[in-house]
Design a protein around this ligand. Structure first.
Ligand SMILES: [Zn+2]
Length: 598
């Protein structure tokens, strides 16, 4: 019996009870903005004498609790909710009779549930039907299900969702086909997953297949563009399987959400949730799909055991993402994306006030893990793995990673588990290549170690030459000739590499020639708006405001608020934009922006 690693962000008493299976039955009420129904949790009882079960909840209305022994009859049992804390919600304490190993809780969610976003019809692409989606990572599953909400516990589940007949419900699970129009949808998840991978969406959804095991769920207005944009998904799965072993989750579908989705993507198993802001028309932003797909190995298959181990999840995934991009779109593109990642890392680090948050091992004691969220675990983690690859050689490192995934499949792993594996499988077998001190520096330094092996890109050298020529007084026509065949990544690097002090005339010249203010590529628009704020380029502000109101993806809008808030005048503008955008934002984006404009 492996002990569950202690988890500061959960109240669950996992030394006594460990959830192994869940039966969920919920009804979605769009008028009241609630999910209501019941959850049954089946436990492995680890302490025969335990009389109390402790679960995580946040803002739930608990109606009753029952307990049972095996398949025996349900008996009502006593329960109470502790006082809530802002970081973790309330512990739900349920009395468990001797031998009881099942609990059933009848409950309803609050309209303010942090893991749910209820969208009015005007916030969707079709504008006719409302939409609901969940976002459980990191610790918001407890805001729509009372459960043991920690990544160290994995369970299988079955679920029934009851929704208005005009809508379709999907879950990140095996879906029973042919239920559209009935208002009742059933699912099962045969592989054990951590709670943060439970995911639900309800809306005017339709499905379009891309290959035998991949397809798109989206609103009818979006589905065709999404299927075109993501048509290389099957090729990405094949490339990842060749490197890291079989895809073990059955289907891999993508659900394209309305633009308020707070993340780029969420790697919900079998059904990645994705922002529509990566549909650029030219597949230039599909590294997001590579990333979420990679989580089917790093994260979903081998999970960070606690939230301070998050880099095991995101650092591995960012490294895998670049390998998939290299396999499908070539090394030049993977290198450019890695270099943009290094720049993002420096930018993100500079905004972090708590020193340990700038390292791979933040201290999360007493904090909601989302408050420590940054680019650091992603890009610093990926650089760490790229360093190991460079030191041991690609072939040996690929075999090492494959053994890591195979040997820890459907388990949750801690940083020390990984370090022991690294030592046994690489460091001890090839002594003197990488030192313990180097490994410790990767984990604990607040910057990029001096011995890191950084990505290089010839393409970006040319971009910088074009920038120097133009900034030095060259003609915009010459710049136009140089940029003719540029990809999205080259444009992003170019805009990021421009001096923040361009004159209004220079900004006008660029904008007039390249239409950057009206770019339909959300990433290019983002870096351009950041430059526009720095250079006080007023003609971009109206388009920027529309963008910030329309899009709720944290990575795209939060830096714009932060940049604006750097000046008093900008802060007033930021507050005005937020007043307009607030209601359309997901609770996570809302609280991140509130911190900045308050
Ligand atoms: Zn990720």
């Amino acid at each position: 019996m492996t002990p569950i690693p202690s988890d500061a962000s959960s109240y669950a008493n996992t030394s006594a009870f460990v959830a192994r299976h869940m039966v969920l039955d919920l009804t979605a009420n769009f008028e009241q903005k609630t999910l209501a129904g019941s959850v049954e949790l089946q436990f492995e009882r680890r302490e025969p004498g335990a009389t109390e079960l402790v679960l995580d909840t946040r803002d739930l209305m608990i109606q009753n609790a029952e307990a049972a022994i095996g398949a025996g009859a349900w008996i009502p049992t006593a329960f109470r909710l502790d006082t809530a804390t802002p970081a973790f919600g309330s512990a739900l304490r349920i009395t468990m009779p001797p031998g009881a190993d099942r609990a059933r809780i009848t409950y309803a969610t609050s309209p303010q549930a942090r893991g749910l976003q209820w969208l009015a019809p005007e916030q969707t692409a079709g504008r006719k039907h409302p939409f609901l989606f969940t976002q459980a990572q990191a610790i918001q599953a407890r805001s729509f299900i009372p459960l043991q909400d920690l990544p160290g516990v994995r369970m299988t589940y079955s679920a029934t969702l009851r929704v208005p007949k005009a809508l379709v419900a999907v879950m990140a699970a095996e879906m029973t086909p042919g239920q559209a129009g009935t208002g009742t949808f059933t699912f099962k998840m045969p592989q054990p997953i951590p709670s943060y991978l439970i995911a639900i969406a309800v809306g005017d959804l339709t499905f379009k297949p891309m290959s035998a095991r991949t397809g798109i769920w989206a609103e009818p207005a979006t589905v065709d563009a999404a299927a075109r944009e993501f048509e290389d998904t099957e090729q990405m799965i094949a490339a990842t399987e060749a490197l890291y072993g079989p895809y073990r989750w059955g289907r891999y579908d993508l659900l394209v959400l309305p633009p308020s989705f707070p993340f780029g993507g969420m790697e919900n198993p079998r059904l990645t949730f994705a922002t529509p802001t990566v549909i650029a028309g030219d597949k230039s932003l599909v590294s997001l799909v590579a990333h979420e797909l990679a989580h089917s190995w790093s994260g979903n298959l081998v999970t960070n055991a606690t939230w301070p181990d998050f880099w095991l999840n995101e650092g591995f995934t960012t490294y895998l993402e670049r390998r998939i991009i290299e396999a499908v779109y070539g090394k030049a593109r993977a290198d450019m994306e890695a270099m943009i990642g290094v720049a993002d890392l420096a930018d993100s680090r500079s905004t972090l006030e708590i020193p340990r948050d700038r390292t791979l091992l933040p201290d999360m004691t007493g904090r909601d893990p989302d408050d420590a969220y940054s680019t650091v675990p992603y890009e610093q983690g990926a650089l760490f793995l790229a360093f190991l690859e460079a030191k041991y050689g690609r072939e040996a490192f690929d075999r090492f990673l494959r053994r890591w995934f195979d040997g820890h499949a459907f388990q949750s792993a801690t940083t020390s588990t990984f370090l022991a594996f690294l030592k046994a499988e690489l460091m001890d077998k090839k002594p003197g290549v990488v030192t313990d001190a180097q490994v410790q520096e990767w984990l604990n330094t607040e910057g990029v170690p001096s011995f890191a092996v950084l990505p290089q890109s010839d393409a970006f050298v040319k971009v910088e030459q074009a920038r120097d020529a133009w900034v030095g007084g060259g003609a915009v026509d010459a710049l136009a000739a140089a940029t003719k065949a540029w990809s999205t990544q080259e444009w992003i690097h170019f805009v990021n590499a421009l001096p923040r002090t361009l004159s209004p005339a220079q900004m006008r010249a660029l904008d007039g020639r390249f239409g950057l203010t009206t770019s339909t590529n959300a990433e290019i628009a983002h870096v351009w708006f950041r430059l526009a704020i720095a250079a006080r380029y007023q003609p971009a502000y109206a388009a920027m405001e529309d963008y910030m109101v329309r899009i709720g993806r944290r990575k795209l809008v939060v830096p714009l608020y932060r940049d604006l808030a750097a000046t008093a005048e900008g802060k007033t503008r930021a507050a005005r934009i937020f007043a307009k955008a607030r209601d359309g934002y997901h609770p996570m984006t809302r609280s991140a922006v509130e911190e900045i404009v308050k």
